[in-house]
Design a protein around this ligand. Structure first.
Ligand code: BGC
Length: 418
């Protein structure tokens, strides 16, 4: 009901012509995003330059807050007041949510002209297209089941990437004894959820992950396997430092870069921070999969949608979409951002070993149908159940609740939110 009202409001403003000046008039595109860390901001420059080359200025509308929750809140408010940005970074289920209310520009003609159907992996198109129409354009493929490690600490303690979760626990004890924090973590719900992506995959594999977090099957959610995922979360909680609450993700990454902490479990946007600090893969830092998820691919793709305005021609929006999908732009952007291109035709040269590994693993997972969407970043379930699961995971991480109780909470929370 509220959504319908919002749409009516925006439509009325658009008809009366009193909306914010359109992109076509100003030759600029206002872009809302949450890329405010050092690495993210540097990657963004590539998109800005690409747009400039197409004759449009980039009007920056950054909303700080990793994972984008703050940006989504601001977007809601701006849409409610009839003043959405021209373009916005969006994740997963947020795209169909806005598209189904008819807010987003149809990008079919530019998609057909540039052949996007053949270039973008199916599991990503599932969010870029709604009812068969392109409404969002993907710029990257991030992966959440990564661990980033300080190589000097690993070498000093004669550690190699742990292959099992038990080995990770044993390594953490060695690291702690040597005076380092085993795990750099920022206590924010989305960061705990990001770790949970890996814990669920490690406990049960891709089929279980999908049954539980995509299909929301109560039997999988309430299973002993899910208890194991919470057991892993409990063990990880024991590896953090006392100052973790509220810490931003990039400050946690700095702890690994500066040698205060040995590891961080985080999506590969963390690599963007290493790149920005001039650090090199396998020289200064190690990248490896969370134990038990080797070869598995939990994806999180940043897409951009453009909002319908009173001006039907929206040339700025098309130039913007074309910039985001540009082959050269995607290569350059992702080498800085830490992700890999959303286009499958970008060559892997120019990417470091972590990037090349991700590119190879993505293709394997695509073939075997095991490329699964990140729960933490909105690609597994819609916002309602997602927020409910966030609460359960964060509550568990920050209390002494038992895994058995957490699993019961999980089943109830999802049931109530469905
Ligand atoms: C986005 C990444 C971003 C990260 C931290 C994720 O939700 O997909 O692009 O770097 O949040 O801000």
């Amino acid at each position: 009901m509220l959504r319908k009202t919002l749409f009516a409001l925006v439509a009325a403003i658009a008809v009366s012509g009193s909306s914010a000046v359109s992109a076509a008039d100003t030759k600029s595109v206002e872009v809302m995003h949450w890329w405010t860390s050092g690495g993210e901001a540097r990657a963004l420059e590539v998109l800005k330059d690409g747009l400039k080359q197409r004759g449009y200025a980039w009007k920056d509308a950054p909303i700080a807050g990793g994972g984008g929750e703050a940006a989504r809140t601001v977007l809601k408010a701006r849409v409610a007041s009839g003043n959405p940005p021209d373009a916005i970074q969006m994740l997963g289920f947020t795209i169909p949510e806005y598209a189904s209310q008819d807010f987003l520009t149809n990008l079919d003609s530019i998609a057909a002209k540039e052949g996007w159907d053949k270039l973008v992996p199916g599991p990503i198109q599932r969010f870029s297209k709604v009812d068969g129409h392109w409404v969002a354009v993907p710029v990257d493929v991030h992966r959440t089941n990564w661990i980033w490690a300080n190589k000097k600490i690993f070498d000093q303690l004669h550690l190699t990437p742990p292959q099992t979760f038990d080995q990770l626990v044993a390594d953490a004890a060695v690291i702690r004894k040597a005076g380092y924090t085993p795990l750099a973590h920022g206590g924010q719900p989305w960061q705990e959820a990001t770790i949970f992506d890996s814990a669920v995959m490690s406990a049960g594999g891709p089929k279980f992950y999908s049954q539980a977090l995509v299909n929301l099957d109560p039997a999988a959610l309430g299973s002993k396997t899910m208890e194991k995922a919470f057991d892993q979360m409990r063990a990880l909680r024991g590896m953090v430092d006392p100052n973790f609450p509220g810490r931003d993700w990039n400050l946690a990454t700095s702890m690994v870069i500066n040698g205060k902490a040995a590891m961080q479990i985080m999506g590969d946007w963390a690599k963007g921070e290493f790149v920005n600090a001039g650090k090199k893969a396998n020289v200064d830092y190690l990248c490896f999969q969370y134990p038990g998820t080797q070869g598995d691919f939990i994806f999180n793709t940043d897409q951009f949608a453009t909002f319908k305005k009173s001006d039907a021609s929206v040339p700025g929006e098309n130039a913007f979409a074309s910039t985001v999908m540009d082959k050269g732009v995607q290569a350059k952007f992702n080498q800085i951002k830490g992700a890999i291109p959303a286009r499958l035709d970008v060559p892997s040269d120019g990417f470091d070993e972590c990037g090349q590994k991700s590119m190879a693993d993505l293709r394997t997972a695509l073939k075997s149908g095991t490329m699964v969407g990140s729960f933490a970043h909105g690609h597994a379930m819609p916002d309602g159940p997602k927020n409910a699961v966030y609460d359960v995971v964060t509550h568990f991480f920050n209390t002494n609740e038992s895994s058995a109780d957490a699993v019961k909470q999980l089943v109830d929370a999802v049931n109530n939110a469905k």
